[in-house]
Design a protein around this ligand. Structure first.
Ligand code: NAD
Length: 459
């Protein structure tokens, strides 16, 4: 088997051959990938079920379906996206025709997490290939069935010189990061994001960091509580809360807190029954270490619903926490599980005190029918993206860029934004030779007035 440096060297050589710049070639690779994924549909459901009991329905809606949609989109639009784009010329460069050429960066490293193991490995891979790059992908070591399947699919679809999936944990990731890449796309935790950024800095490699954080969900007293509870019971417990844009905690207007909690309990029971452990629709926590991590965060919390834990089964029931302290364990880090702390507010100041206590989150949600409150809230706080009156759904629109800000990440992808992320936007002015105004040439004497006029009128 080739070593990491050998694989990268081959990819570097292949990139120089210019073959990946051919759009028909990229399209043929993407179409083969689509066929390979379609023929593995059941195997993908089975792998995710084995990894953390993810229900087939959730794998379809949040992984398989999204990957196929992204492939369909890029196959349909690639020619247009990849074509040089003529843009308006400036009179200051007259005579010229100006263009943006979308050029591949070259050799890309993608490091993926475990929580949506198929989606978050495949989506960047698709757009990196579409943009004409070569890729080394490292899927997560924690979802071994899915990661093996991804590796098989990549191996069957692509020559190693274009894309290769390399499995492994920290050691492998460290060895990969020691190489010189042209772009690194990382999805994962804030702490590992810093390691990736440091490694990238050694070679001034550009990075996209898709990280996490504590995403708040604000509920005012103008809402239909039954509908709010229904939507939160979906968005919070999907994937057992192991979603980077999950609502990490609630900030509800204090006068409706009790009614909200009752409505949410009712909806949780509707979704998962009185004993959620028996439900086929609640995935498990990825491993025992993460169950212990969340159990530890629960220490000292006031559990008002759920709180059932079975470490051997990697099970945590949907759990509600009442009014935790901002510096308590449960509020000190991203929860990443089916646990929902409920805080309250009375004034705008209370909301500020809570949200500005933490780093800029990846998502923010507002449930309200008060347009002024909604507009103020989404403008006042810094966050990656969000939804008014629901959770998560902004992820599903490929026309919306997806990414964080500050500690929740940098850069964005999804749909055309993803293609653009993996492309260098090369600025080209094609100068006409039929005229050559003399104003810029020395001697400058007597020309400054004309130059100033040109800047005034044409810039
Ligand atoms: P993680 O950071 O532990 O691991 C992510 C990847 O990094 C894995 O492939 C892992 O092998 C690798 N890795 C781990 N330690 C490393 C090290 N020391 N050096 C180099 N690479 C290393 O994250 P995770 O537990 O897989 O995923 C959960 C986190 O990811 C959460 O914080 C979540 O919010 C975040 N996340 C963000 C998004 C997003 O799109 N913004 C999506 C999913 C998950």
């Amino acid at each position: 088997m080739n070593t990491i440096p050998e694989i990268l060297l081959k990819q570097k050589e292949f990139f120089k051959s210019q073959k990946t710049k051919e759009v028909p070639y990229r399209l043929s690779l993407l179409k083969t990938l689509k066929q390979e994924i379609l023929s593995n549909e059941q195997a993908i459901y089975d792998a995710l079920k084995k990894d953390f009991k993810k229900p087939e329905f959730e794998t379809y809606i949040s992984e398989f379906g999204l990957v196929i949609s992204e492939l369909n989109l890029v196959i349909k639009h690639l020619k247009k996206w990849a074509a040089p784009k003529r843009i308006k010329s400036s009179m200051l460069t007259f005579p010229s025709r100006d263009y943006i050429y979308k050029q591949p960066y070259g050799n890309i490293l993608i490091i993926a997490p475990w929580n949506y193991p198929f989606l978050l490995a495949m989506e960047p891979l698709i757009m990196a290939i579409a943009a004409g790059n070569t890729v080394v992908l490292k899927p997560s070591e924690l979802t071994k069935h899915t990661s093996q399947l991804i590796t098989d699919i990549v191996q069957k679809t692509f020559p190693e010189t274009i894309a290769k999936s390399i499995q492994g944990g920290v050691e492998t990731a460290t060895a990969l990061l020691a190489q010189k890449w042209d772009y690194i796309f990382f999805t994962g935790s804030v702490s590992v994001g810093k390691i990736v950024a440091r490694a990238a800095a050694n070679y001034l490699t550009p990075v996209t960091l898709e990280l996490g954080g504590k995403s708040p969900c604000i509920i005012d007293d103008t809402v239909n509580l039954k509908l709010v509870a229904r939507r939160i019971s979906w968005g919070k417990f999907l994937n057992a809360g192991q979603t980077c844009i999950s609502a990490d905690y609630i900030i509800v207007k204090s006068n409706i807190k009790d009614a909200f909690i009752e409505a949410l309990k009712t909806e949780i029971i509707k979704r998962y029954g009185d004993n959620p452990k028996e439900s086929p629709d609640l995935p498990r926590i990825i491993n025992k270490r993460n169950v212990s991590r969340i159990a530890d965060m629960l220490e000292g919390s006031q559990i008002i619903y759920g709180g059932h834990i079975d470490i051997e089964d990697c099970y945590i029931s949907p759990t509600l926490i009442d009014s935790p302290d901002l510096d308590s364990k449960i509020m000190s880090d991203e929860i990443f599980g089916p646990v929902l702390p409920i805080l309250t507010y009375d004034t705008e100041q209370d909301i500020e005190n809570i949200i500005w206590h933490y780093d800029k989150p990846l998502a923010l949600y507002v449930f309200s029918n008060d347009k002024t409150f909604i507009e103020q809230t989404i403008k006042k706080y810094s966050f990656g993206g969000g939804v008014i009156n629901d959770l998560l759904i902004h992820f599903g629109n490929h026309r919306l860029p997806f990414g964080g800000i500050g500690a929740s990440g940098m850069g964005a992808y999804h749909g055309k934004t993803g293609f653009d992320t993996f492309s260098h936007h090369k600025a080209i002015s094609k100068r006409g030779n039929w005229s050559d105004p003399g104003v810029r040439y020395a001697p400058y004497k007597g020309k400054l007035g004309l130059l100033k006029k040109m800047f005034k009128y044409f810039s």
